[in-house]
Design a protein around this ligand. Structure first.
Ligand code: NAG
Ligand code: NAG
Length: 210
């Protein structure tokens, strides 16, 4: 237990040091042999209007939302007010598309804060509603979908071709991992894990500098 507490405190300290030295952190792929690509979001200008025109913004969902909010003041609030779902859209315990999953693949070295992951999941539930074009990933590419408080959601494509999935699948997978792999360290909930799907892509919940 002591070592978990230590890790939870130590990991953010290391990441803070990187931030202080480097300014903006350029993400590196979480796995060898993968390249990072910018996640693209085609977001509706008016989240309340299903027929709204969309604009394309890149980055994590937090960066994308910040860009939309800067261009269209109040956008974030409207967007969040149109979340229609607070439950996963698929059966998580028995997802037929799952190949396998691993909890704490980094032996606790890269535990994310549960709350940071939950924030990303909240956005993904809104985005899964249908007025945002689905996520595409390059061959052997990893995209960082959400990052807040040193806590990230990545998705990686292990195919030799471009892969398209749905935001709902990614959000549900992050939820499954966050829940299934949660650890209480006497201070807060931490979580880390990776879920692999039969059609060769994965979702990875991990500590990462934002
Ligand atoms: C959007 O609003 C939520 C809720 O008020 C807030 O927690 C979050 O930081 C906001 N995001 C951005 C990018 O402004
Ligand atoms: C980030 O983590 C700190 C420490 O656990 C917490 O106080 C804060 O509320 C977190 N912020 C978010 C957006 O989760």
């Amino acid at each position: 237990m002591l070592s978990k507490v230590f890790c939870a405190i130590a990991a953010p300290v290391v990441l803070f040091a990187q931030l202080a030295h480097g300014g903006l952190v350029t993400p590196t792929a979480p796995f060898k042999g993968y390249t990072v690509f910018d996640v693209e979001w085609q977001l509706p200008i008016d989240p309340k209007n299903a027929a709204s025109k969309s604009v394309t913004v890149t980055g994590t969902i937090q960066e994308a939302v910040a860009k939309m909010d800067a261009a269209y003041p109040g956008w974030n609030e409207t967007f969040l007010s149109t979340i229609s779902r607070n439950q996963p859209g698929t059966s998580l315990s028995d997802n037929p598309k799952r190949d396998h999953y691993v909890c704490n693949p980094d032996d606790g070295e890269k535990d994310a804060l549960y709350r940071g992951i939950a924030e990303g999941i909240t956005y993904l539930r809104r985005i899964g509603d249908g007025d945002v074009s689905p996520p595409q990933n390059n061959p052997h590419g990893c995209g960082r979908i959400s990052c807040t408080n040193y806590s990230g959601i990545w998705w990686c494509n292990n195919n030799n071709f471009e892969k398209q999935v749905t935001w709902q699948e990614i959000g549900d997978s992050a939820y499954f991992l966050a829940y299934q792999c949660g650890i209480w360290n006497d201070i807060t909930w931490l979580t880390a894990g990776e879920e692999f799907f039969k059609d060769k892509w994965s979702v990875y919940v991990t500590a990462t500098a934002c």
